[in-house]
Design a protein around this ligand. Structure first.
Ligand SMILES: [Zn+2]
Ligand SMILES: [Zn+2]
Length: 403
């Protein structure tokens, strides 16, 4: 493995920062202490910073040998927020904040970018500018979108932006990146069927919303099997059904809620349109009324082909061709999608390993993201930071016409 020596030398001190952040998790848009730690480290290393995009966002600005004169610029993004869940781990760096935990490894993402920042500041082995984007609120808050709305790409013009997430289960020393969609869009729906309640022994006197809801749930799946193209991916999951309070009462209304996932906006458009038609027409057919609400959260995360291929080559230069795996798309969602809608770039996975780094007594093997026994693997810090450094150096070394 071809990791940068000076980053390896500093890895223990960066791991200490990672563990400090892990012990002090902060939720969406509340990453005040974390942002302070990031800002303090960047400032200590002589990197000018900008604070406040997306409330707690921090952008570090590293100019190369030319003072940034080439005009070429690349953005590297790490997320900083934690999850509202209780940590099971009992090691020294376990969460000190009740009900909050770094269970997605954003503490590690922040640390890997800090390790790269330290190297950039010392060596500046590039022409152009590297923007280090420390982002709030990935876990549902859309911090990337808010940073963009607050002027991220106007204040810090860049030609490409890259993101990285740790992925448990893949052996340490491997990466995964692919062109095209790698994470899904996520949307939520809420449907209220309003019928007419009454005595359950006299159903003909009311309008029962329950059979309407049952039919609706079944018919929604025909959007997946009959309306979208079979080769397109899409998921409709009705996850909540609420109606009634007594065995002898026909309820007045029934509420359905759930989630929709797709890899393209076109399929999402189709699903939303067909769900609305099915909901409204099922209700009309039974003389009930329908309230239909559909909220789109994150769009699909789609890697641009040239940038994904560039990332793959950089990874291959560090760990070898056969250690760079195809990135199997997942139906999870990621707000880096907003950055990739605005700029070319790629979002990759770095392997978090087989779980051997984890605390004893929490079951064997890797444990998935958002699990209360999860921990980021500190062995990734030099590897992830090396990727960031080589990616930026090699990307900025391309002729301008390649941008
Ligand atoms: Zn997460
Ligand atoms: Zn995450």
């Amino acid at each position: 493995m071809n990791v940068i020596d000076s980053i390896v030398t500093q890895a223990a001190s960066i791991a200490a920062v990672r563990r400090d952040i892990h012990a002090h998790p902060e939720l969406c848009f509340e990453e005040v202490r974390t942002a302070d730690v990031v800002a303090q480290k960047l400032t200590e290393w002589g990197i000018p910073i900008h604070r406040g995009l997306g409330k707690t966002g921090v952008v570090g600005i590293v100019k190369g040998r030319d003072g940034g004169a080439s005009g070429r610029a690349i953005g590297l993004r790490a997320d900083m927020d934690a999850l509202p869940m209780q940590e099971f781990n009992t090691f020294a760096h376990a969460s000190k904040h009740q009900g909050k935990m770094h269970a997605c490894g954003h503490d590690g993402h922040t640390a890997m970018l800090l390790a790269a920042a330290q190297h950039f500041a010392k060596h500046r082995n590039f022409d152009g500018t590297v923007y280090l984007i420390f982002q709030p609120a990935e876990e549902g808050g859309g911090g990337a979108r808010v940073m963009i709305e607050d002027g991220l790409f106007e204040q810090f013009p860049m030609q490409a932006v890259y993101g990285m997430h740790n992925w448990p289960g893949m052996p340490v020393g491997t990466f995964a990146v692919s062109p095209g969609p790698v994470m899904a869009s996520t949307s939520e729906f809420k449907i209220v069927i309003r019928g007419k309640g009454g005595h359950a022994a006299l159903p003909h006197t009311g309008i029962d919303p329950v059979p309407i809801a049952c039919q609706m749930v079944q018919t929604f799946q025909t959007i997946i099997s009959r309306n979208k193209k079979p080769v397109d991916a899409g998921v409709i999951s009705v996850t909540m059904i609420h109606a009634g309070e007594a065995t002898n009462v026909v309820p007045d209304s029934c509420e359905l809620q759930g989630t929709v996932r797709t890899f393209t906006v076109e399929v999402l458009d189709l699903i939303e349109k067909r769900m609305r038609q099915i909901a409204e027409h099922h209700c009309a057919a039974h003389d009930a009324t329908c309230e239909f609400a559909f909220v789109r959260n994150y769009p699909p995360t789609v890697n641009s082909p040239a940038e994904a291929e560039f990332a793959r080559k950089v990874m291959a230069g560090i760990v070898g061709e056969d250690q760079v795996l195809p990135q199997e798309p997942t139906m999870g969602a990621e707000d880096f999608a907003y950055m990739l809608q605005a700029k070319p770039g790629a979002y990759c996975f770095i392997a978090n390993g087989d779980g051997a780094h984890r605390e004893m007594g929490h079951g064997g093997g890797p444990c998935m993201l958002h699990n209360p026994s999860y921990d980021f693997n500190d062995d990734l810090i030099p590897l992830g930071a090396t990727y960031w450094v080589k990616l930026a150096e090699e990307w900025l070394a391309q002729p301008a016409s390649a941008a």
